[in-house]
Design a protein around this ligand. Structure first.
Ligand code: NAD
Ligand code: ZN
Length: 364
């Protein structure tokens, strides 16, 4: 048997608590992780105002700090750098930890801040694979909307000056995750659907991809079935039960792509996101709507879900793009080589030419 590093050695979240009301345990979890007088910094989605029950339950002790962050735009490398600079200026000691409470945007921001507190330079220097060399500080992810799988992944997706790309590293993964289905209460319906479909699309792209293996398949099939229970099937589950199911679908979907990859929808959605600022969940839906040639069964089910929940999927986004915008969009999408290889195989470059991709974008 050959001894090489053919198989990747992936990090997983080492600690997770699941259950309704488990958010109340946060303080006791953090007490064990406090380092001297290093504060805990809570990055909280500003969808929660300061009188919300979520914020009221965050116990600030000693010099702990709570920062509200907007998820209106997806996180940027400049935003990460600014938060890191402020923290380093305000405190004479590294924080004990960073706690991200929100959707994929806020969780990714928390991951990136925790990495950049211990790694020199700017966040844009580390967009890519395994460029981070120093362990991050302790960081905790607490999702308040489900689907991205950001709570389990080893990446944090950032828009930078030249690319939209994650900081993928073994140190990116959270040290602790708190999964409390009650935190999903209040998510607007359209957003619930778009982010939930991110999970469904993770499953389809993983299960239909050439990188599929038993590890990814086992998680992907479970997540796929949970998505059907939440979004399609007629059943007796309460809304509250469905929140727990969606939370676990997101987790399993994230685990599935960890050991495989996403595909066409994600590659194209990154292009839309970079050029037009289209957010990840809705961008995936916009693209996936047109991918029946690549994922016939998945797209057919997706369309049934859209009809069932009467959600609006925007169209016509790319009809008025300038030539420069279109070229950039194509460049960003095609730069995501592993995604194309997973979707279309090793010879993908002869299948997904620039002209082919342009003809697909123009329809969207
Ligand atoms: P989001 O974090 O952008 O949030 C979407 C909206 O929902 C925001 O307006 C937010 O304020 C609101 N919201 C969140 N929780 C709420 C609640 N409980 N009640 C009311 N409103 C609430 O959405 P998302 O789809 O979870 O995340 C998208 C981001 O995740 C993108 O930046 C994308 O790049 C990233 N992403 C990361 C990974 C990863 O593995 N790291 C994977 C997929 C996507
Ligand atoms: Zn995704």
């Amino acid at each position: 048997m050959s001894v090489n590093n053919e198989y990747r050695n992936f990090p997983m979240v080492p600690r997770v608590v699941f259950g309704k009301g488990s958010f109340n345990q946060l303080s006791s979890i953090l007490d064990l992780k406090r380092e001297g007088n290093g504060p805990f910094i809570f990055l909280v989605d500003d969808a929660f105002d300061k009188n919300s029950s979520v914020v009221k339950r965050i116990e600030l002790k000693y010099n702990d700090k709570l920062l509200f962050v907007s998820a209106e735009e997806e996180p940027k490398t400049s935003q990460v750098d600014a938060i890191v600079k402020d923290i380093l200026e305000e405190f004479d000691k590294l924080p004990s930890g960073i706690i991200g409470i929100g959707g994929g945007s806020v969780m990714d921001l928390a991951k990136a801040v925790s990495l950049m507190l211990t790694n020199k330079g700017g966040a844009a220097d580390y967009q890519g694979w395994d460029l981070i060399k120093t362990k991050s500080i302790y960081h905790v992810g607490i999702p308040t909307i489900s689907g991205t799988g950001a709570e389990v992944s080893r990446t944090c997706v950032l828009s930078g000056p030249v690319r939209k790309l994650g900081i993928n590293s073994d140190y990116t993964t959270f040290d602790q995750v708190v999964l409390d289905p009650l935190l999903l209460d209040g998510v607007p319906k359209n957003q619930w659907f778009y982010t939930g479909m991110d999970c469904f699309i993770h499953c389809v792209e993983s299960l239909e991809g050439t990188f599929l293996n038993d590890f990814s398949q086992s998680y992907g099939e479970k997540a796929y079935d949970l998505c059907l229970e939440v979004f399609l099937e007629e059943n007796d589950f309460t809304e509250e039960e469905k929140r727990g199911k969606l939370m676990m679908a997101s987790w399993h979907g994230g685990m599935s792509i960890a050991y495989s990859q996403v595909g066409v929808a994600h590659a194209m959605s990154y292009g839309l996101g970079f050029v037009l600022g289209t957010k990840h969940g809705i961008g995936n839906c916009i693209v996936f709507n047109y991918l029946e040639d690549y994922y016939p069964e998945g797209v057919a089910i997706f369309k049934k879900m859209v009809a069932k929940h009467q959600v609006d999927i925007p169209t016509g986004l790319c009809s008025d793009l300038t030539e420069e915008q279109m070229e950039t969009m194509i460049n960003v999408a095609l730069s995501l080589e592993p995604l194309w290889e997973n979707a279309l195989g090793k010879e993908w470059k002869s299948i997904m030419t620039r002209e082919k991709l342009r003809s697909m974008y123009i329809k969207m």
